[in-house]
Design a protein around this ligand. Structure first.
Ligand code: GLC
Length: 420
């Protein structure tokens, strides 16, 4: 072997390892928190596509908490500890403002430049609003959400019953089907009675349907009569045997699982449930219908605005890469991918009627007006306390430890102290 050739090899080897270490040095590892019930398996695929286009970025998923408050509790601990290991986190729509106020997220205005306002205009107005605080874009939409009524199409057809448009019709329909089916495992209606964030919406659905608001201009506008009626509506479902006795223990994903196992006729739930109902492990595949939620008699139907947003941690060591990644996650392309593969509602208006989306999730075309008219939970810096008061009251009524009247009284007093 001639010397020059050996030298060339040596030099080439050195150059290669230099390039390799340069590439290593540029490699960014992003750690992303995703809520466990919102299809981390499908988000993983979206992350893989990003990695394929950005070989210098590696994304690791962290999941946890099966409810919104369990996740918030975990993230609060991470943020309070100023932990640098988490770069990106998915946040319930009720939280971006609160996280920004705590200084836990960094605004996107630098990466969005002068176009921040135009960038936010692409999204449904409710999400542009929820993610903008004092002119700063504090998070970007992951997906939209609202509550719907899921029903067993096969059972309603079998018994000649139409999907209900009022809660009274729902009771009558449930009784008719349950009496005829004589299946002791079949629940007429499943909804969220556990003291979780979702129970705030449980309370508000009939309350709003009666045309009442809880907070107006930051002040409590409590209608006691409507509150009593709302508590009573849910408790009556239990007392009449339409909902199961221990509904006070039921969280969102319990409703989803029980419906998916074929044990529920009507279910109040969010959009993610559909993808699971149509999945391989479902007993109700192709037997499910979705409509807007019933109204109280004489009222208007109302839904609760949900949704999840991507925030970048103020303690991340990779803020710029993390923000670029979030821009990809909140793009129309990723939204379409998640709508088709996980039935997560798009934050972009035109995706609801996109032919590929409606082919995968036919009811999304009708879901748009529901999302657009869904009502937001009260906006107040003391939302955590408001939420706690409402969800524990709903839970106590359903558990039978307090009456609708007592609950409404106590709730009013407690809310008044918080929202003075
Ligand atoms: C859904 C909604 C979210 C809501 C939660 C309550 O995930 O998207 O906004 O707070 O349910 O359980």
């Amino acid at each position: 072997m001639s010397l020059p050739k050996t030298l060339t090899w040596l030099l080439a080897g050195a150059a290669l390892s230099l390039t390799a270490s340069a590439a290593m040095a540029q490699q960014t590892n992003l750690r992303v928190f995703v809520s466990s019930q919102h299809r981390p398996d499908v988000w993983r695929k979206a992350f893989d596509m990003y990695e394929a286009k950005n070989p210098n970025v590696k994304v690791t998923i962290e999941t946890g908490g099966n409810t919104s408050e369990a996740q918030a509790q975990y993230l609060n601990t991470v943020m309070t500890a100023k932990d640098t290991s988490l770069d990106v986190m998915i946040l319930d729509v009720i939280r971006p403002a609160q996280y920004a106020a705590a200084g836990w997220t960094v605004p996107f205005n630098d990466v969005l430049g002068n176009n921040a306002e135009a960038a936010m205009k692409q999204y449904l107005p409710a999400y542009a609003e929820a993610n903008t605080v004092d002119g700063k874009v504090v998070a970007l939409p992951a997906f939209a959400d609202a509550m719907f009524l899921y029903y067993r199409k096969d059972l309603l057809e079998k018994h000649g019953v139409k999907p209900p448009t009022t809660w009274d019709e729902l009771t009558a329909a449930a009784k008719k089907v349950m009496d005829a089916e004589k299946d002791p495992n079949l629940q007429g209606l499943s909804f969220q009675g556990k003291a979780i964030e979702g129970a705030v919406c449980t309370f508000l659905l009939p309350y709003w349907s009666m045309g009442k608001n809880l907070v107006s201009n930051g002040k409590l506008s409590f209608d006691k009569d409507a509150a009593v009626k709302s508590f009573k509506l849910w408790k009556d479902f239990v007392d009449q045997g339409v909902a199961k006795k221990n509904i006070a223990e039921v969280a969102t994903d319990d409703t989803r699982k029980e419906f998916q196992a074929g044990n529920v006729l009507f279910a109040v739930n969010w959009s993610y449930a559909w993808g699971q109902f149509q999945g391989g492990e479902s007993a109700v595949k192709d037997k499910v219908g979705v409509v807007k939620l019933p109204a109280v008699a004489g009222g208007q139907p109302a839904s609760c605005l949900g949704g999840w947003e991507w925030g970048v941690s103020a303690y991340s060591n990779n803020k710029t890469e993390a923000q670029k990644f979030v821009q990809y996650l909140s793009s129309p392309e990723t939204s379409e991918f998640m709508a088709i593969n996980a039935a997560l509602l798009p934050a972009f208006a035109d995706k609801y009627t996109d032919p590929d989306v409606t082919k995968a999730v036919p009811w999304f075309a009708e879901a748009k007006p529901v999302v657009e008219t869904a009502k937001a939970r009260p906006v107040t810096p003391r939302y955590n306390e408001v939420s706690e008061i409402i969800r524990t009251s709903v839970n106590a009524v359903l558990a039978g430890t307090t009456t609708p009247e007592q609950a409404a009284d106590q709730m009013e007093g407690r809310l008044r102290r918080v929202l003075r």
